[in-house]
Design a protein around this ligand. Structure first.
Ligand SMILES: [Zn+2]
Length: 314
C-alpha cells in the first residue's frame, strides 16, 4: 500500500506532482540507478520478502493497524560489491523501495527485511525545499524544514526494532524458518561456554542467529552470531515506557497500552499525544530535548537522567 500521505511546502500543484511521482515510482519500481547493480531475485529471497511482509502485517494487526502489504517487486537485491554502506538493508523514501545486499542466509534476510518493511509501512510525508524534494516524515522521525537534520531517529528505531523482534517471534516467522532457528539454537546449546573477544558470554537474550565457521587446525570452529539491533535505543524506550506508565496510572491500564500509543503514532504520524505525555511527565521541553538527540547512547543516558530525576536536567 502506498503510504505517503502528504507533502509539506511548495504550491498545491508541486505537492500533487511530488505525490504522483512517488506513487508512480512505488508502482513501477523502474529505477535507472539500480541498472547493473540489482540482481535477479531467487526463490529463497522471494520467500524471505513474503515472510517479512506477512510477519509485519500480523504484528500490526495486533495493534489494530492495517498498513497493507509490500510485495517482492518493491525489494531490490544489490550485488555485494556494489553495496555502499554498513547498513544491513535500507528503506529508500525517494524511490519507495527497500534495498538489501545479497547474502547467504535467508532467515537473517527475512529478519532485516521485517525491520525495513516496518519503516516502509509506517507514516510517510514528503517535503519541497527550494532546490530539492525529500522525505519529511517517516514513522516518528521529522526532518527539519531546511532538510538539514532529522529528529526522533533513536526513538523511531527503538519502536521499529521492538516491533521487528515481535515479527521474528510471530508464528509465521517461527514456522517458515523453524529449521534455521533450530540450527542456531542447537549451536548455542552445544556451546554454552562460548565467549566473545572481550571475554563476555557470546550468546545473550539478544542473539537470534549462530553458525559455525570452517573447521580450524585443532578441530574447533569459530562461531558467528547476529544480534537484534538498536539495543541502547530499545533499553531507553523500555525505561521511558515504564516511567510514563508509573507517572500516568490514571491514563493507562498497562505498560502495553503506553507502548501501543508509541506504535500507533509511528503509523499515523501523530506526535502531539506522545509529546504532551512526555512533557507532562518530565517537565516542559523534555520532548524537544529527546527529539534532538541523534545518537543511541546519548539517548539512553538522557532518558536515564530524566527518569531518575523525574524532570529534564539539561
Ligand atoms: Zn531502521
Amino acid at each position: 500500500m502506498f503510504r505517503v500521505e502528504r507533502v509539506a511546502g511548495g504550491t498545491e500543484r508541486d505537492k500533487k506532482e511530488v505525490l504522483e511521482t512517488l506513487a508512480e515510482r512505488f508502482e513501477s519500481q523502474d529505477h535507472k540507478e539500480l541498472e547493473g547493480i540489482a540482481i535477479e531475485k531467487n526463490p529463497e529471497i522471494i520467500k524471505a520478502i513474503s515472510v517479512a511482509d506477512r510477519a509485519t502485517s500480523a504484528v500490526l494487526e495486533k495493534y489494530g493497524i492495517d498498513a497493507g502489504s509490500i510485495d517482492a517487486n518493491k525489494v531490490h537485491v544489490i550485488k555485494r560489491d556494489a553495496w555502499p554502506s554498513d547498513d544491513a538493508a535500507q528503506f529508500i523514501f525517494s524511490h519507495q523501495c527497500v534495498l538489501i545486499p545479497e547474502s547467504e542466509n535467508y532467515m537473517k534476510q527475512a529478519y532485516r527485511l521485517s525491520h525495513e518493511l516496518f519503516h516502509f509501512k509506517s507514516y510517510q510525508a514528503g517535503q519541497i525545499l527550494p532546490d530539492e524534494r525529500m522525505d519529511y516524515r517517516v514513522g516518528l522521525t521529522v526532518k527539519t524544514r531546511d532538510g538539514g537534520q532529522t529528529h526522533l531517529t533513536p526513538l523511531n528505531e527503538a519502536v521499529t526494532e521492538t516491533l521487528t523482534i515481535e515479527a521474528f517471534r510471530s508464528d509465521v516467522f517461527q514456522t517458515e524458518y523453524a529449521e534455521e532457528i533450530k540450527k542456531s539454537q542447537a549451536i548455542m546449546q552445544q556451546n554454552p561456554e562460548a565467549q566473545n573477544e572481550d571475554g563476555q558470554p557470546l550468546f545473550t537474550d539478544q542473539t537470534f542467529f549462530a553458525e559455525l565457521g570452517p573447521e580450524l587446525d585443532d578441530g574447533s570452529h569459530d562461531i558467528f552470531t547476529s544480534q537484534f539491533t538498536y539495543q541502547s535505543e530499545r533499553e531507553a524506550y523500555q525505561l521511558l515506557v515504564t516511567a510514563l506508565y508509573e507517572k500516568n496510572h490514571e491514563k493507562f491500564e498497562s505498560m502495553e497500552e503506553v507502548m501501543r500509543l508509541f506504535v500507533t503514532s509511528t503509523f499515523n504520524g501523530d506526535l502531539i499525544k506522545i509529546g504532551k505525555l512526555i512533557d507532562k511527565s518530565f517537565g516542559k521541553g523534555s520532548f524537544r530535548q529527546l527529539a534532538g538527540i541523534q545518537d543511541g547512547e546519548e539517548f539512553l543516558m538522557t532518558v536515564k537522567k530524566m527518569v531518575a530525576s523525574g524532570n529534564n536536567l539539561i
